[in-house]
Design a protein around this ligand. Structure first.
Ligand code: SF4
Ligand code: SF4
Length: 308
């Protein structure tokens, strides 16, 4: 059995903010929650959420002989920039180099560190790249809890964190426990959500969520959806910004997730006049690329129009 503290130390050495471990297997409650969410159609056009359900509910099948799920988080904290303060607003995580690549590289470094320390360990890193219920595994590992805004919250780093997993065939001492949900009687996120997308504690109807509308929805926005963006053109951080657990964040410790300096110059004027070439130039290495030029331009126009 690999001791938890050693894995944790290796994860922190690689640059992660925290790490927890669960035994590989099925996620009971989280799986039921996913099925109910899908059943109500809250996933909108995200048909991929319906695929590979068996793997989603038991991702250990993704790695032969899987014994442990090592969950890691990387805090990206508060970083004030003009594009977050005024429309068209951009979710802060999107103005950094794409976290998928950053996190995956770090997870490979962690896997190598485990091999150096403990010999042959087979494993596979996951960052949004396969059907893994990341927030549920992070919660299951005892690092924090899933808040009423449906984000994973770490008691020290809040919810502005990227999550990843390393599923390994080695048995690692498990840290999983029921982390107390520390939302208590707070309902700030539910009240602050401008589109009332948080339909019950922990459940977001994606079809109403600005994040979904500006990132995931592939068909053009309807007039009503366009009018509901509340100044955002990519993502939405409102239900995290109001959360008391995000008010005292520690400074970021990993420069790979800091905002790209050139993007701090962007404002409504140059975003509205952006050409396809500028889109590639400015956002080519960021998660914003995912929206694509056409979609982003429609959202920019909706975000700015709604703010006048
Ligand atoms: S991201 Fe924005 S729209 Fe979506 S639930 Fe949170 S506050 Fe509401
Ligand atoms: S705002 Fe309040 S209810 Fe919402 S996630 Fe944060 S602590 Fe929980």
């Amino acid at each position: 059995m690999i001791p938890l503290e050693i894995v944790r130390k290796l994860a922190l050495d690689v640059g992660f903010s925290d790490c927890g471990v669960s035994p590989a297997g099925k996620l009971g409650d989280a799986g039921n929650g996913l099925l109910s969410w899908l059943g109500k159609g809250y996933h909108g056009e995200m048909a991929y959420m319906e695929r590979n359900l068996n793997l989603r509910l038991n991702p250990s099948a993704l790695v032969p002989g899987a014994k442990s799920v090592i969950s890691v988080i990387l805090a990206y904290g508060h970083q004030e920039i003009p594009l977050m303060a005024h429309p068209p607003r951009v979710s802060r995580y999107a103005l950094m180099p794409d976290y998928h690549k950053v996190m995956k590289n770090m997870l490979f470094r962690l896997l190598n560190a485990l091999r150096e320390e403990f010999g042959p360990v087979n494993g596979r890193p996951f960052v949004d790249s396969a059907p893994v219920l990341e927030r549920a595994w992070a919660e299951n590992s005892g690092m924090g809890w899933i808040g009423k805004n449906s984000n994973f919250i770490h008691p020290k780093f809040g919810s502005f964190v990227f999550i990843g997993e390393l599923i390994v065939d080695a048995a690692v001492e498990d840290s999983s426990r029921q982390h107390k949900n520390r939302c208590g009687s707070c309902t700030r996120c539910m009240e602050a959500c401008p589109t009332h997308a948080i339909v019950e504690p922990g459940v977001v109807d994606a079809r109403l969520c600005i994040s979904y509308l500006t990132i995931e929805k592939r068909s053009p926005l309807t007039e009503k959806e366009c009018g509901s963006l509340n100044g955002w053109c990519f993502g939405c951080d409102i239900c995290q910004e109001v959360c008391p657990w995000n008010q005292k964040l520690l400074p970021i410790t990993n420069e790979e997730v800091s905002i790209i300096p050139e993007l701090k110059q962007l404002n409504a004027g140059n975003m509205m006049g952006m050409t396809q070439t500028q889109f590639e130039e400015w956002f080519g290495i960021t998660p914003l690329k995912r929206a694509g030029y056409e979609k982003l331009m429609q959202s920019v126009s909706c975000a700015v129009k709604a703010s006048h």
